[in-house]
Design a protein. Sequence first.
Length: 139
Amino acid sequence: MAEVTQELQVQDTEKQEVTSMSEAERTRDKKVYIPRADIYETNEDIYIVADMPGVDENSVEILLEKNVLTINGYVEPNIPENYSLSYAEYEVGDYQRSFTLSNLIDQDNIEATVKNGVLRLRLPKAGPAKARKITVKAA
């Protein structure tokens, strides 16, 4: 029996900072990171799961314009009163990532949930055009 091997591609564990922004200028003076995302597909849906630590339902914005789905997550640093940071291993910043959608996605029924800094998007696939009878009206 032939042995099947699969190559795994390991990502660098460092956060990847957004280096070039779109034509728009940012109004927040913070670093912006690209959230890591996994994409899964079933017969009916495509799922995007993005890690965005520090983001909740009130600090995430999802825009869909011209087949581009853009995710923005805004994080406020949590610094206790009367303390100053002397050493940090983890940088805090906002998140931004865009996905170009095909016409095979039912864009009117996209759903999003966020829990514990993990954003889950459900992108339902558009079904085939159903046959229907078109009524003719007198003009």
